[in-house]
Write a protein that binds this ligand. Structure first.
Ligand code: ADP
Length: 596
């Protein structure tokens, strides 16, 4: 494998990116700490020689003392540097991951199951569920590398005795790496099976700890089930990890044999040289120490540590190029003109990525600039998909979406999106102030207040109230109140110049009275811009210019409310059905709303 592609290399390459100065300090401390034991051995030999020959003891004692103090002091300093560097690496990885997810203009990469698994691995590193967090990993790596450098420094000093002794020891101790590598390294961490177990464990964990599922888990007596699932998934994950990391006996025995023989030979040579009078006591003291010191090359756990540390780095770096094409929207640079947006769908066909089912098949539709259109149809007819295609989150499989006469794919996507405002069913709820929720990109206060009024949300909270509990003065909203905020966001965007508004069930969570009142206001606020409204409540769609009924991927009826009623087709059937049911409900509740 090319060096640059090796996980270890990728890990070390990330350190200076996280913080160049700290990375240099980290490496320097590492080298100094690694060299110190060899220096200490030399100082010891010097001291023994000085005692033997009645020389001045100050020099060797000062060197020993300094080395000893440095050994003691540099370790915690290096640990602190490692912890900081590790946190910075984690932050850098988080940023990279965030960018990789957010930057692609499309959203296909976030829905790709194979990428979702990589995403779990990449995200996991900082939660400490599958391995130590990054600040510990960098510290472990530092300790292991210090040992490695220490072993090499010892081997270098041993060259003073003979050329072959360090070679024999280095080869023998290094052999343990290769023999045990298979067992010491969690090679199988990234198999599809492990990743799948990891994802399941992650999901079960989320279910158990996040408030979103808390109500149903309790109501349906699923608390025990959730815990069981979590522990079962996690046990499976640990089993897979254990199988991959467990020590294997045979390579262990071979390692021991090689190491014992090599050390036996070297120490025998040292002993004979000393006995034969070729090696003085001072030099024997040094070489015996460094001969032992070479051992720190092996069993340092460096492979294991580096594997753990490098896995998230590799996962993040792999995701970036993988996500980009999945979320890419090859596009043009044509700008979009101001004013209301005219739309034409030409023979539009669309299937979701990895799905063989066509949501649209030869859809033809024209929406004149500045008009309002309601899209109705059964669940799954493709209403939301149409709204997403109009935002260009995906491209059509065939056919085209034309915006003011230009293919949407030829337009500058960012520029186009500034002209589109939308309320989706799963709209965004930002844990920010009401002001930021209505105008995340900023807008004049008058526009924000007017948009809130149009959405019937004037009295919700002050503009600077944070819409989340858990913050001082923060408050949470009901589903319907949040929906009004989302609506205000779209209406505020209209005031900022959007020429197309997509409203996907924008009042689904409002009560009937609120809904009827708000619709007239929405239509007034969006007069003059192209408005597409998805709603299953027919009382709300009758005021739009035209209504289109979607079925089996095509438009089956198109016209105004009166025209479609007169036609007596699908629209009329659905309308009458709802009107009857609605009238019955109103009777039961003893209320009468004159909305139908
Ligand atoms: P509607 O809004 O009319 O209820 P949608 O546009 O949400 O319908 O869905 C149309 C079809 O596309 C459905 O069959 C649905 O299962 C499918 N679909 C929706 N979203 C996705 C997606 N992200 N990936 C794959 N299929 C999807």
């Amino acid at each position: 494998m090319v060096l640059r592609e090796r996980p270890e290399w990728q890990f070390f390459a990330v350190l200076p990116k996280a913080d160049p100065v700290l990375a240099v300090v980290w490496w320097l401390l590492l080298l100094v700490r690694g060299a110190l034991p060899a220096v200490f051995a030399i100082a010891m030999g010097w001291l023994v020689g000085a005692v033997q020959h009645h020389n001045e003891l100050t020099g060797p004692l000062v060197l020993m003392g300094t080395t000893f103090v440095l050994l003691q002091v540099l370790t915690p300093v290096h640990q602190a540097v490692s912890a900081n560097l590790g946190s910075l690496v984690a932050a850098w990885l988080n940023d990279e991951l965030t960018r990789a997810c957010v930057q692609p203009p499309g959203i296909g990469h976030l829905e790709d199951p194979s990428l979702a698994e990589d995403l779990t691995v990449a995200r996991e590193f900082d939660r400490g569920q599958t391995g130590p967090p990054m600040y510990m990993n960098v510290d472990f790596t530092a300790s292991s590398l210090v040992e490695m450098v220490g072993g090499i420094a010892a081997a270098v000093v041993l060259f003073g005795f003979s050329w072959w002794a360090p070679v024999v020891l280095v080869v023998a101790w290094s052999a343990t790496h290769w023999l045990l590598r298979e067992s010491g390294v969690w090679r199988d961490r990234n198999t599809p099976e492990v990743r799948s177990a990891q994802r399941h464990a992650d999901y079960a964990y989320q279910l158990a700890v996040e408030p979103a599922a808390a109500k149903e888990l309790r109501l349906f007596g699923l608390a025990g089930w959730a815990v069981e699932r979590f522990t079962e998934r996690r046990r499976r994950l640990f089993e897979l990890q254990y199988t991959a990391t467990r020590l294997r006996e045979r390579p262990m025995i071979w390692s021991l044999l090689i190491v014992v023989v090599a050390n036996g030979v070297v120490f025998w040579a040292l002993g004979s040289a000393a006995v034969g009078g070729d090696l003085g006591l001072d030099r024997l003291v040094v070489f015996a120490q460094v001969a032992v010191g070479v051992s720190s090359i092996a069993f340092g756990g460096l492979n294991w540590v580096l594997d753990g540390a490098a896995a998230p780095v590799v996962a993040v770096r792999k995701l970036k190029p993988a996500m980009a094409p999945a979320g890419a929207l090859p596009g043009g640079s044509r700008s979009v003109s101001q004013g209301p947006v005219g739309i034409r769908l030409r023979d539009l066909s669309f299937s979701y990525p990895r799905s063989s089912r066509a949501v649209f098949d030869g859809l033809e539709l024209e929406i004149p600039a500045g008009s309002s259109l309601a899209v109705v149809g059964q669940n799954g007819a493709g209403k939301t998909t149409l709204a997403k295609l109009l935002c260009r989150f995906y491209d059509p499989s065939s056919g085209a979406i034309e915006i003011d006469g230009s293919d949407l794919r030829d337009l500058d996507v960012d520029g186009y999106r500034t002209r589109v405002a939308a309320v989706f069913q799963d709209f965004l709820r930002l844990e920010l102030s009401l002001r930021d929720n209505v105008a995340p990109g900023g807008a004049p206060e008058a526009d924000i207040l007017a948009a809130l009024a149009d959405a019937g949300a004037s009295d919700l909270a002050s503009l600077d109230t944070r819409l989340a509990t858990g913050y001082e003065g923060g408050t949470d909203l009901s589903g319907g109140q949040w929906q009004r905020v989302a609506l205000a966001r779209a209406l505020c965007a209209v005031r900022q110049g959007a020429g197309l508004v997509l409203l996907d069930e924008p009042t689904a969570q409002l009560d009937v009275r609120g809904e009827a009142a708000i619709f007239d206001r929405i239509l007034t606020a969006t007069r003059g811009v192209t408005t597409i409204l998805v709603s299953h409540r027919f009382s709300t769609v009758r005021h739009v210019d035209r209504i289109c009924v979607l079925e089996h991927g095509r438009v089956i009826e198109l016209g105004s409310h009166d025209e479609l009623m007169a036609l007596g087709g699908r629209y009329r059937t659905m309308f009458d059905l709802q009107a009857q049911r609605f009238a019955a409900e109103v009777d039961e509740e003893g209320m009468s709303y004159d909305t139908l």
